[in-house]
Design a protein around this ligand. Structure first.
Ligand SMILES: Nc1ncnc2c1ncn2[C@@H]1O[C@H](COP(=O)(O)OP(=O)(O)O)[C@@H](O)[C@H]1O
Ligand SMILES: [Mg+2]
Length: 309
């Protein structure tokens, strides 16, 4: 069983009358890529800053590596964090920027560590140009290297692909997957579920400061998989007919009356005919097709809304 290395309970942040994060509860296990999805202003940065030790919670609890932490506990040092734009010095080159951080952390044998990090994020250690001349994507990669100084156990990336071009986005994505493969637990936020779905293994949807849903990748993809929803008199009578007469194996009984069929190539008419012929009353049958973004829209609004294909 995987070990929960971050656990937040009832975590809340209040700014005067504004509740930016309200009673958030979730666990993050070692080796996961935890995706935090939410619109602008949902509270993502506030939540991540609290987990990374950059901001005090108003109430609630944070457990890191199985211990409750308060204030500037040293466990926060095991978390590398990149929030919005990295605080890089524009007039220094990449190496110098990382070296300044490494010095402030009191690291010895800095050169080897820094060269390794530059290589990891795909920046050339011999490139002496000042960071102010870097592209947005290069700055972001350097920001990730900065967050990795001191070899943390957890890396927090707050909207790391914001403002990047498609090539920059795919480079960051590749890097995230590579780091994770090497054992890094990663928390990444975004306002685009589609983008997160390419990397994350767990998802939490944050809406107006509240975690409204929490899914594994499998659960999320199942929500968005094409399916046929049937409503029948009795699901338990329908199942043997689906299996034996229609050869359907990929289905899920949702309730006493509802079954989802994921073998969506089968014609609705065919399903109705078989069920009716075998004495099962069918109340309704609908094809269900939903993109990740439609799903996310529905989760937030709780209604069909005006989602488009
Ligand atoms: N330092 C602050 N003082 C007052 N309000 C803040 C502060 N930081 C964030 N907020 C408010 O808290 C809410 C959540 O902000 P934030 O965590 O930045 O959301 P996100 O990162 O999801 O866009 C917003 O309404 C924002 O205006
Ligand atoms: Mg933010």
């Amino acid at each position: 069983m995987s070990e929960a290395i971050i656990e937040v309970s009832q975590l809340t942040k209040q700014f005067k009358s504004k509740t930016a994060v309200h009673k958030a509860n979730f666990k993050i296990c070692r080796g996961e890529i935890f995706g935090l999805i939410g619109q602008n202003g949902a509270g993502k940065s506030t939540l991540l800053k609290m987990i990374g030790g950059l901001m005090y919670p108003t109430s609630g609890e944070i457990k890191l590596f199985n211990r409750t932490v308060k204030d500037s506990h040293p466990y926060f040092e095991r978390i590398g964090i990149l929030i919005e734009h990295a605080g890089l010095f524009p007039h220094y080159n990449a190496y110098e920027n990382l070296d300044l951080i490494a010095i402030s952390y009191g690291l010895t044998s800095r050169e080897e560590h820094i060269n390794k990090l530059l290589k990891l994020v795909g920046l050339d250690a011999s490139n002496k140009s000042k960071v102010k001349n870097y592209s947005m994507g290069m700055k972001q990669r350097l920001g990730i290297a900065a967050a990795l100084i001191g070899s943390p156990d957890v890396l927090i990336l707050d909207e790391p692909i914001n403002g990047l071009d498609p090539q920059g986005i795919s480079e960051i994505r590749r890097m995230i997957l590579e780091l994770n493969k090497a054992g890094m637990t990663i928390i990444i936020s975004s306002h685009i579920l589609e983008e997160l779905s390419k990397v994350a293994t767990q998802y939490a949807i944050l809406h107006q400061g509240e975690v409204i849903e929490h899914h594994s990748r499998e659960q999320l993809l199942l929500q968005c998989e094409d399916r046929i929803e049937i409503e029948v008199e009795k699901a338990s009578s329908a199942v043997p007919i689906l299996e034996q007469h229609l050869n359907i194996n990929h289905y899920k009984v949702i309730s006493e009356h509802v079954v989802y069929i994921y073998d969506s190539h089968i014609e609705n008419q065919h399903i109705i005919k078989s069920l009716v012929e075998n004495g099962v009353t069918v109340h309704s049958i609908t094809k269900h097709k939903q993109s990740l973004e439609q799903y996310y829209f529905l989760a937030r609004t709780g209604s069909e809304g005006d989602s488009h294909d």
